[in-house]
Ligand binder design. Structure first.
Ligand SMILES: Cc1cc2nc3c(=O)[nH]c(=O)nc-3n(C[C@H](O)[C@H](O)[C@H](O)COP(=O)(O)OP(=O)(O)OC[C@H]3O[C@@H](n4cnc5c(N)ncnc54)[C@H](O)[C@@H]3O)c2cc1C
Length: 297
């Protein structure tokens, strides 16, 4: 690493940084403390000809057993500032966890984060893929997003210039999300906390809770009424396993690591799920989970 002021570790086991607890090592991991340090890392690694990948909470990520030959820029550790301004506007760094932001908003009497309060990802990860729940997504709440492009330039992009779709976001400038501004609405603490409690209770009753998973494995198909979980269940994949990887018996689209599953086990199980759904329902399921590294299947 060329930038001396930035904290860095070498040969970092990515399984310790993903919610499913799987994955080989990254060559280097950088932990920037500010958007300016993100810029420095991007510039230095670019000059050294090294690939840079960005990691939030690793809650929608499958890393190959062989790891990745790249510098992984971890936002979660230090990019964690939240600033409340006077007009219901909140400025948030990319590594802030959505549940933490939701609680801070509730304590400040602001409503709007409740549906996102149970998603175990960072603001940057959520903005890169328009995370959402209960019919609302983060793209509907954000006012602007700051992105560091591959040349190290910081751009402030107004939300209207970003195309937010179902679990995807298309930015006019490709790069790393470093900070965003949100506008919430006034609410009462008690009502906001109660909303969050109800939504998270509903989540706990329908999804595996406290298990190692990366959330939804496949996107819900555009055509037809059935969701990916229903299709997998109809195809007999609920509870199916490869090694310690298993489609949850509580929610078939959540793939869980029940012990020492490898990324290869997960990929094999995903591929079996896709084949079973294609044969029995005529639908091709597309992965929602992001994959890093080399896979055989
Ligand atoms: C139990 C559980 C429940 C879940 N429920 C939901 C749900 O209800 N709704 C939902 O939408 N998702 C859900 N997820 C999936 C996941 O939490 C979200 O997709 C979340 O937004 C991912 O954020 P992250 O910080 O973990 O991103 P990571 O998993 O670290 O990264 C995901 C992708 O985003 C990119 N990325 C991360 N940070 C940045 C950044 N700063 N700039 C640019 N790109 C970045 C990464 O490079 C990668 O391609 C769930 C996951 C789990 C484990």
């Amino acid at each position: 690493m060329v930038v001396r002021s930035v904290e860095v570790s070498f040969h970092v086991k990515l399984r310790e940084y993903t919610t499913i607890g799987i994955g080989g090592a990254a060559d280097r991991m950088a932990f920037p403390r500010s958007p300016a340090q993100v810029r420095e890392v991007v510039l230095a690694e670019g000059a050294a000809g090294r690939e840079v990948r960005v990691l939030g909470a690793g809650s929608n990520l499958l890393v190959a057993d062989g790891g990745v030959s790249a510098t992984v820029l971890c936002t979660r550790k230090h990019l964690s500032k939240v600033v409340f301004l006077s007009d219901e506007t909140v400025v948030v760094e990319a590594g802030v966890m959505l549940p933490r932001l939701a609680v801070l908003c509730a304590l400040s009497g602001l409503s709007g984060m409740e549906p996102l309060s149970g998603i175990p990802g960072t603001v940057g990860g959520a903005l890169s893929m328009n995370a959402g729940a209960y019919g609302q997504s983060i793209g509907e709440r954000v006012e602007w997003v700051e992105v560091v492009d591959p040349g190290g330039e910081i751009h402030r992009i107004e939300a209207r210039a970003i195309r937010f779709g179902y679990r995807e976001a298309e930015y006019p400038v490709r790069g790393i999300v470093v900070r965003a501004g949100f506008r919430f609405v006034p609410g009462t603490r008690e009502t906001v906390f109660e909303q969050m409690r109800q939504m998270n209770e509903r989540r706990r009753s329908r999804q595996p809770w406290g298990e190692r998973t990366f959330g939804s494995t496949f996107r819900n198909p555009r055509e037809g009424k059935e969701k990916a979980a229903q299709l997998l269940e109809r195809a007999g994949m609920k509870g199916e396993r490869e090694g310690d990887a298993c489609f949850s018996v509580k929610h078939a689209n959540f793939l869980v690591n029940q012990g020492c599953a490898t990324a290869a086990d997960v990929r094999r199980l995903m591929s079996r799920g896709q084949s079973a759904v294609r044969v029995s329902c005529g639908v091709l399921l597309v992965p929602e989970v992001k994959m890093w590294g080399e896979f055989d299947v």
